[in-house]
Ligand binder design. Structure first.
Ligand SMILES: NC(=O)c1ccc[n+]([C@@H]2O[C@H](COP(=O)([O-])OP(=O)(O)OC[C@H]3O[C@@H](n4cnc5c(N)ncnc54)[C@H](O)[C@@H]3O)[C@@H](O)[C@H]2O)c1
Length: 314
């Protein structure tokens, strides 16, 4: 059993995100009961678990971890049987999730946390359909959850502090890196940061300052490497020598503000979308998207292994 004392997890909705969560939970030695009403869902889920397993083996399986500990049922009530934690990954529609959460809430004792993977919905609104809204929380992963450690934990207005703590403890216990978002905002935390970067990346292409391939290289071979190690603030701190971040903010604060004033606010015009898609085709040349995804996952796995080796440094 892990530190959070949770052995049995229900995965509700086994599309792209649910399949990846299920594989991760199994690799962490948990029993998983999964549900999805779509025809062929069980076969797709089992195939995805088998496909993700080699990467999870490389990261390290927990004692007792086995794909055979997956039980699938198209019936929600059956899948919830005995669940100690629920990870919900159904379609991203508020009315749909409200109804689904009401059904899950009615079925499980109030002590069980119900976490939603939702990328954009506000738990304050979803939880209103539940008799026990205090156990409803956002547990937003980054795709693919079986590889990327980040989970954004954000409560709604009626979520209890204890639920936040229990969700954080559970994710931590299975090797995730949960962060606690203290406000319900569009895009939560990490997608807002990505959106800030995409805005300028697209602006640079729109004004012809750089090609799509060069913008990608500017991040992947530049700050992206450092950000993977320790994030934008810690990197600024390291830029400040003995004076650290306080010195950098004094010294570079003015110039940084003047760059902010110069940043673009592009619009997604058809012309811009076409130019970006064309730039991506050129950047890929003869490489397939599958090959690119394989490359990305291999680099991410390598970075995760390095991070484990350097454990304690960050
Ligand atoms: N795709 C991403 O990159 C990403 C990243 C983070 C979070 N999310 C969030 O994860 C959730 C799932 O997204 P996805 O990309 O996996 O979508 P998806 O469309 O791949 O999967 C949704 C699944 O829900 C199933 N479903 C429909 N009705 C259901 C029901 N009554 N009970 C259980 N399952 C049901 C569908 O059959 C489908 O398999 C969304 O809330 C989304 O915002 C997605």
């Amino acid at each position: 059993m892990n530190d959070a004392g949770i052995e049995r997890v229900a995965v509700v909705g086994t599309g792209v995100i649910g399949m990846s969560w299920a594989a991760l939970f199994l690799a962490k030695g948990l029993s998983v009961r999964a549900t999805d009403p779509s025809p062929g869902a069980e076969a797709r889920l089992r195939a995805a678990v088998a496909q993700h397993w080699p990467a999870l083996e490389r990261i390290g399986l927990a004692p007792g971890a086995a794909p055979e500990r997956l039980h699938f049922s198209a019936d929600l009530d059956d899948a919830l049987e005995g669940a100690q934690f629920v990870q919900e990954n159904g379609p991203e529609r508020e009315d749909f999730k409200r109804e689904l959460f009401a059904r899950i809430d009615a079925r499980l004792p109030p002590v069980v946390v119900i976490a939603s993977s939702s990328s954009g919905l506000v738990m304050s609104r979803v939880q209103t359909s539940c008799a026990h809204p205090e156990r409803v929380v956002l547990g937003h992963p980054f795709n693919p959850p079986h590889l990327i450690p980040l989970v954004e934990v954000i409560g709604g207005e009626r979520t209890s502090a204890q639920t936040i703590e229990r969700a954080m403890a559970f994710y931590r216990a299975i090797g995730k890196r949960p962060i606690h978002g203290r406000k319900e905002l569009k895009g939560h935390i990490a997608n807002r940061l990505q959106a800030a970067l995409w805005r300028e990346a697209m602006h640079l292409v729109a004004i012809g300052a750089a090609s799509v391939a060069d913008v990608d290289d500017a991040i992947a071979y530049g700050p992206g490497l450092r950000w993977a190690a320790c994030g934008p603030f810690a990197n600024l701190h390291l830029s400040g020598g003995d004076g650290g971040i306080a010195h950098v903010l004094d010294h570079l604060g003015g110039p940084i503000e003047s760059w902010w004033d110069d940043l673009g606010t592009p619009r997604m015009t058809d012309d811009l979308k076409r130019r970006i898609a064309e730039g991506m085709r050129e950047a890929l040349a003869s490489r397939s998207s599958d090959a690119l995804a394989e490359h990305r996952d291999a680099v991410v796995l390598g970075l995760l292994a390095l991070r484990d080796d350097a454990h304690g440094a960050n």
